[in-house]
Design a protein around this ligand. Sequence first.
Ligand SMILES: N=CN[C@@H](CCC(=O)O)C(=O)O
Length: 347
Amino acid sequence: MENLIIFTVNDLAKVTNHRSGEIKFGEKMLTIPKGTDPAAFLKTSDAKYVLFGIPEDIGVRANYGRPGAASAWKSAIGSIANIQHNRFCKGSQILVLGQLDVRQEMEDVEDLDFNKFDDRVKLSQLVEKIDKEVSHIIFNIIKSGKTPIIIGGGHNNAYGNIKGTALAKGKPVNAVNFDAHSDFRILEGRHSGNAFSYAFEEGFLKKYFIFGLHENYTSKSVLDIIKKTDDRVRYTTYDSIKIRKEKDFIQELVNASDFVQTDCYGIEIDLDAIPNIPSSAMTLSGFSVEELRQFVTFFGKNKNAAYLHISEGAPDLGDEKNSHLIGKLIGYLVTDFIKANNSIYPS
Ligand SMILES: N=CN[C@@H](CCC(=O)O)C(=O)O
């Protein structure tokens, strides 16, 4: 895991705002001790959950999107460190592994232009490079018996999560994706819009459920492909649940769960499904934060939940004075997941 920037105990101290009489997550979360091999430490650590950041937006750039998702990790770790450690959720269950080292790659893409074919090829090649690193790190976390909590980055990283999980489990895995988009676009070179189609095509993804697809942003060709693979790829639309009210939110959670829980599954979240959250494909219409939290709680309390990935949040695209809000939202989702997951595996 050489392309990893380890999050040290000093880094944690810097982002934790200490107050007397209170205990914050930052005072309880574990870090990799200096000079220790992270892969070896993972195997011996008591933590059940491993926090891993991917501060990149190269996949978003390769998908003609608006950069900014690289800033979510910093915002998230700053918020998570300041959550209260109490009877409801304990920071000591979390090991903060660190972030993928994408500094050079982020510099390399600064002047690339999506409209130029050669630049697009370069962007996709860099996404493939990140895919390899992500899958290797996720493989190591899962092999050590821990549950990864991944903070993106673009939704391109779903590919590495799925591949790493499948390789660690020795079989293809399932995924449930809370998203306005299918990310099942054609195999035209890697980007943030085709993580699931690549993982499916390459045999790492067995069954895939897209929860809350926006009908306006899903092409006829993708809908046709999904229709042909109904035994393995299914969806429910946001419009059918919240606008036309043809379907019930809770019943749809149950349907999605019945579909994916037959095997290990990843929980994928794209924050562009939530109104007003700064992201590349930001929207004013979509599920509420509370519905997203219910979704995470519902899927997190299943023994087959293998990981949680929160992607596409882009504090840099939002109001400078409130850039902490995405981190705060991510903090809620992380603790919802841990609380739900703990209810099936109490420590
Ligand atoms: N992961 C997001 N994929 C969406 C949004 C693209 C964007 O605007 O960034 C898609 O490909 O449609």
